[in-house]
Each structure stands twice: as structure tokens, then as C-alpha cells.
Ligand binder design. Structure first.
Ligand SMILES: Cc1cc2nc3c(=O)[nH]c(=O)nc-3n(C[C@H](O)[C@H](O)[C@H](O)COP(=O)(O)OP(=O)(O)OC[C@H]3O[C@@H](n4cnc5c(N)ncnc54)[C@H](O)[C@@H]3O)c2cc1C
Length: 504
């Protein structure tokens, strides 16, 4: 094949998004596409981002990654959901599970039956006791889900908690094995075509000029191509999501290696706790309008449950996204396209969705505007839905113990979220989507976990007699408890399946 026939794809940035993109494109595009990635070790990567969503498993499978090998290399643990502590009120705790409440079958969602018992004054056990994923998380157990129809062991999924610094090199080895080429260097200039406005080439500090047909901007918060060179405006969402900084600090694991991430509310934000095989990741995500860096670092150091193994490291960000992620011949993926704080571990998921949409709409040499528009529609929708879900966590609170909580509790919220909350408050209904990441059980977990109790419920939940409903619910809870009791401990399962690589 002549050079003129080649389709040249240039990726700027070698963090998690750059190498995820390079590996996926190298694996899934035909041979006439060349993949060239440029990164600068001097600039480095963000290097946090330890908690994921279950979708990452499908991404890894498509790349042919062996789970045990990947987990062992990245020192990963399993994640069945997120525990939220102190969000509705100080002392509250609930789990947002990767799985259903009840069996997840039938016409009527399980929480309507539960709400019926609440309204009848029957004082049922907390909803999470009817979730396989929550019960496994609370008891520290793990086995992979099964596939037999009707079994409670089919009702959950799982993700990983891993060392973010180990992920990009793992993908790099894979991408280079598939033919992707890497150049070390700092991009110092971006050359635009005077007529079309497309990006023609990038120039590196050593003088090298790299031409391309399609450019993928994975340059992180700086958004070198999309934001700086093409000047795509940034939609600022910080009025709804005021956290703009994080202090991150790993510690030794001195408490349980939980199969879940914890998000613990703090006076001016929240703190993550992510147990890995070799250490526990911690960080305080906060708003600099309400607390200083020094105060945040001191609060984090005082709160972590193990001996610190590094000083707090500070990161700055702003919630929002570029108006469009694909402009001209440039597609931004990862932090270069936007950022939503890590409360629901959605960044790597957004990278994955952008890669999937790009592959599905992959252009020929000529870029068709309708493909670009469809990509932007899909990605905007993902961002907007996640944004609303995150705002819900802050807004649905009764906390009035700090200026930060008073602000988020009383702030005006987007109409799209106000409508969703109204629908739930009336009859416990969750807006159904065909696209977007968080489905009914996720919204239900947060609403009920943060004391947004519906005034009514689906009338069809009145069909079973009171006796048979109470009996059915008791049996379900007993079945879940028994199944969880017989499962191995999370850490024991890891030791047998994917112990961390000694040389890693
Ligand atoms: C506090 C915090 C916590 C997070 N937690 C999670 C989490 O739990 N789960 C999750 O999914 N995500 C999380 N994220 C997000 C996650 O870290 C990122 O989405 C992910 O790391 C992808 O980053 P990136 O590759 O887009 O950017 P980066 O990691 O910043 O990589 C940018 C790349 O561009 C290169 N580059 C930049 N400028 C130039 C230049 N001029 N020339 C050449 N190369 C250049 C850099 O060298 C680097 O290789 C978190 C983020 C933050 C800030």
C-alpha cells in the first residue's frame, strides 16, 4: 500500500485515554489506518482514576485482555458498587450497587413493593438487604456472577479498582504489539489548514513535524488541540458541581480490602477510599470556595484509615465539557473533552464510550458532518445525564452543618434533573432511557439512600396480598443472605485468582 493511501491517525497524549484509544483503534481498524501516538514523559499523566464501572470489562474483552493477567498487573481488586457515607444526613450509609434490587424481573420494579410496605407502616428492612450486590459488598464477599436464569447470582455485575499508573503502560504494550507507533516529544505548535481550518500537522520541541488525517486529542485538561488550537468553548458546570480541587494521598491498607469504593461526605466535598491489593487510594474532592488547600490536606490526613505512604498531591479541575468533542478533523477523548468529578467513577467510562462511538462512526478520508454530529449527540448525552446524576447526590441532602452543604442543598438545579426528581417524588418512577450509563437501580439507590421518599408507588404493586408480599420478601432476603454467606471472602478470591504481579 502506498503512503498516499494510508489513513493517518495521530493521537496526542499517552495517559489512560491516549493508550485506551491507541489500543482500541489498532485492534479494530483495518490495516490501511496507521496509529501514531505522541506523548511527553516530562509533562506526565494525571495518574489518579482508580475506580471504574462494569463497562470496562466489555472494553477489555474486545481487546482480548485476560482478566486475571490484567488484574494482577494493575494490582486490582473487585468493585461491586459504591458506599456513600454521611450524604443524606451524618451517620447515613447506603450502597449504590452494580446490580438490581430484588430479582430485577417482572413488570414492576422492586422498590415499588418496598415502598408499599413503607406506606403501610410495615417498616421493612433497608432496600439494600434485597440486593445481591449490596449484601456481598457489606459482607466483604466476592464471586463472579453466574448465568443460570432466575438465580440471584445473575443479578449483579462488577468493575475493578486498580492502580491507574499501571494501566496506561499495560495498554501501551498491547497497542505497540498491534502496530501503534509512539513518539516521545512535546507538542509545541499545531498547524491549521488556512482554507478548511482542519489540523494539518503537529510540531514537536525537537523540530519533528507529524502530519495526520484525523487527530485525537488526549492531551488531558490542557485540551491542546480541541480547546487551544481549535478554540472550542468550554461549558462550565461549576455552579452545580462546585468541587474544583482534590488532594490525593495513598496509605497502607490497615482495614478491610472492601469489594467496593467508599465516598464519604466531608464538610466541603467528599473523600474517596479505594482499596487495591498493595495500598489504599484516598483523596478529598473539595470546593476551593469553601475550604483552603491546607485545611483540606489536614482533613484528609486526619481521616485516612492507615499510615500515609506519600504526601498529599493536589489536582485542579473544573466541571464541564467542551461544547462539541469532535470538531473538524479533531476528536477529543478523556480530560481534553471534559471532566466530571470522580464521585461515580465515570471518566474512564466516558473515554470508553467516546472510543466506541468513534469506531462506529469512523470516517474515511473525507469527514461527513452527519457522522460528526451523531458522535457529538451521543457524547453530549452521556455527559449531561451523568452531570444530573452527580448533582442529585449533592442536592438531595438534609445536611445543614456547613456553608458548602447549605449551598448545594439550596442551589437551583438543571430543569432536566428537577423533572426527574419530581417524577420520583410523586410515584417512585425513574425516567427510562435507551442511552446513558445509570439505569433505574442506580437512581433508586441514590434517591432512597438520600431520603427522597416517594409519596406514592406503582399501583400494580398492590396486586399481591399483604401476606404473600411479606412472605416473598422474607424469602428473598434469606436466599440472598445464605448465598452471600457461602461465598469466599473478597481477598481470598483475589489471592486464588489474580494475586499482584511480584515484579510489577
Ligand atoms: C482527582 C481525580 C480523581 C479521578 N478518579 C477517577 C476514578 O476514580 N475513575 C475514573 O474513571 N476516572 C477518574 N479520574 C479521571 C481519570 O484520571 C482520567 O479520566 C484519566 O486518567 C484519563 O486522563 P487523560 O488520559 O485524558 O489525561 P492525562 O492523564 O492528563 O494524560 C494527558 C497526556 O497528554 C500528554 N500531553 C499533554 N500535553 C502535551 C504536549 N504538549 N505534548 C505532548 N504530550 C502532551 C501528557 O504527557 C499525557 O501523556 C479522576 C480524575 C481526577 C482529577
Amino acid at each position: 500500500m502506498s503512503e498516499a493511501q494510508r489513513q493517518r491517525i495521530v493521537i496526542v497524549g499517552g495517559g489512560t485515554s491516549g493508550w485506551m484509544t491507541a489500543a482500541a483503534l489498532a485492534k479494530m481498524l483495518p490495516r490501511h489506518c496507521s496509529i501514531h501516538l505522541v506523548e511527553s514523559e516530562a509533562i506526565g499523566i494525571v495518574g489518579v482514576g482508580e475506580a471504574t464501572l462494569p463497562h470496562i470489562r466489555a472494553f477489555n474483552e474486545r481487546l482480548g485482555i485476560r482478566e486475571a493477567d490484567f488484574m494482577s498487573w494493575t494490582r486490582a481488586t473487585f468493585k461491586l458498587g459504591i458506599e456513600f457515607r454521611d450524604w443524606g444526613r451524618i451517620g447515613d450509609s447506603y450502597v449504590h450497587p452494580f446490580g438490581t434490587f430484588g430479582r430485577g424481573q417482572g413488570e414492576v420494579d422492586f422498590h415499588h413493593y418496598w415502598a408499599r410496605l413503607v406506606h403501610a407502616g410495615a417498616n421493612p428492612p433497608p432496600l439494600e438487604q434485597f440486593s445481591m450486590a449490596c449484601t456481598m459488598a457489606r459482607t466483604g464477599k466476592f464471586v463472579p456472577p453466574t448465568t443460570e436464569p432466575g438465580k440471584m447470582t445473575t443479578t449483579f455485575g462488577y468493575a475493578y479498582q486498580f492502580d491507574a499508573v499501571m494501566f496506561a503502560p499495560y495498554l501501551r504494550a498491547l497497542a505497540e504489539g498491534l502496530g501503534a507507533v509512539r513518539t516521545e516529544g512535546k507538542v509545541v505548535d499545531v498547524e491549521l489548514d488556512g482554507e478548511s481550518g482542519d489540523i494539518r500537522a503537529i510540531k514537536l520541541d525537537g523540530g519533528q513535524r507529524i502530519e495526520g488525517d484525523l487527530f485525537v486529542d488526549c492531551s488531558g485538561f490542557r485540551s491542546l488541540l480541541l480547546g487551544e488550537a481549535l478554540q472550542e468553548p468550554f461549558q462550565d458546570w461549576s455552579r452545580w458541581l462546585p468541587a474544583d480541587r482534590a488532594a490525593a494521598m495513598p496509605c497502607r491498607t490497615e482495614t478491610a480490602v472492601t469489594p467496593y469504593t467508599s465516598a464519604i461526605a466531608m464538610p466541603a466535598g467528599w473523600r474517596w477510599r479505594i482499596p487495591l491489593q498493595h495500598r489504599t487510594g484516598n483523596g478529598y474532592v473539595y470546593s476551593s470556595d469553601f475550604v483552603s488547600d491546607d485545611q483540606a490536606a489536614a482533613a484528609l490526613v486526619g481521616a485516612v484509615e492507615g499510615e500515609p505512604i506519600a504526601q498529599p498531591r493536589f489536582l485542579r479541575f473544573k466541571a464541564g465539557r467542551r461544547e462539541r468533542s469532535w470538531v473538524r478533523n479533531c476528536v477529543a477523548i478523556g480530560l481534553a473533552s471534559g471532566f466530571l468529578e470522580p464521585l461515580e467513577s465515570t471518566s474512564i467510562y466516558l473515554v470508553q464510550q467516546a472510543i466506541t462511538a468513534l469506531l462506529e462512526l469512523f470516517p474515511g478520508r473525507e469527514i461527513v458532518p452527519s457522522d460528526r454530529d451523531e458522535f457529538n449527540r451521543v457524547i453530549d448525552l452521556e455527559y449531561d445525564r451523568i452531570r444530573d446524576f452527580l448533582i442529585l447526590h449533592y442536592h438531595a441532602t438534609e445536611r445543614d452543618d456547613s456553608d458548602f452543604w447549605n449551598y448545594v442543598r439550596t442551589m437551583p438545579i438543571p430543569d432536566s434533573l428537577a423533572e426527574k426528581m419530581e417524577l420520583f417524588r410523586r410515584r417512585g418512577r425513574v425516567v427510562k432511557y435507551r442511552e446513558g450509563v445509570f439505569l433505574d437501580a442506580s437512581w433508586v439507590a441514590v434517591y432512597l439512600g438520600q431520603r427522597v421518599l416517594p409519596a406514592g408507588y406503582d399501583q400494580r404493586a398492590d396486586l399481591p396480598s399483604a401476606d404473600s408480599l411479606a412472605r416473598g420478601m422474607d424469602q428473598l432476603r434469606a436466599e440472598i443472605t445464605e448465598l452471600a454467606r457461602d461465598m469466599p471472602d473478597h481477598l481470598r478470591f483475589i489471592e486464588g485468582y489474580c494475586p499482584m504481579a511480584k515484579a510489577a
